[in-house]
Design a protein around this ligand. Sequence first.
Ligand SMILES: *[C@@H]1O[C@H](CO)[C@@H](O)[C@H](O)[C@H]1NC(C)=O
Ligand SMILES: [Cu+2]
Length: 138
Amino acid sequence: MRLLALALALVPAALAVDIPVSVGAENSFAFSPTSITAQVGDTVTFTFISRNHSATTTTFETPCPPPDGGLPGQFDTGFLSAIGGETPSVTIPITTTEPQFVACAQAAGGHCRIGMVMVINPTTEQTFDAFLANALAS
Ligand SMILES: *[C@@H]1O[C@H](CO)[C@@H](O)[C@H](O)[C@H]1NC(C)=O
Ligand SMILES: [Cu+2]
């Protein structure tokens, strides 16, 4: 029984996962997937498949362009490119279950305005579709 209790105590850490997100796959102006759910302790790894995009946190209401460096307390991968077969990646630790809205900062928000956005932990009001609509309208 003691071993079982010990094993159960270890379950939360064992369930922490890394969630992969591709950036610009097949030369698209897109993240894939566009909506993910992550728990505190999980990580999200952005892998840059084509040229010169970023994953930068921004607001739900006014996504484009995202602020320099992302929102305070949130993240910005900076600009990264796949070059010569190398696909750089950045791993972000998830420290909150609050939604985080992410956009590409390239071209002064130009990529964001054509829909290069994704969301971590959407809510029932702040869905990916609603965020995308705000990006396309900004
Ligand atoms: C990537 O884009 C940024 C912002 O537009 C630019 O400053 C930088 O020079 C670009 N890097 C490469 C390698 O093209
Ligand atoms: Cu981009």
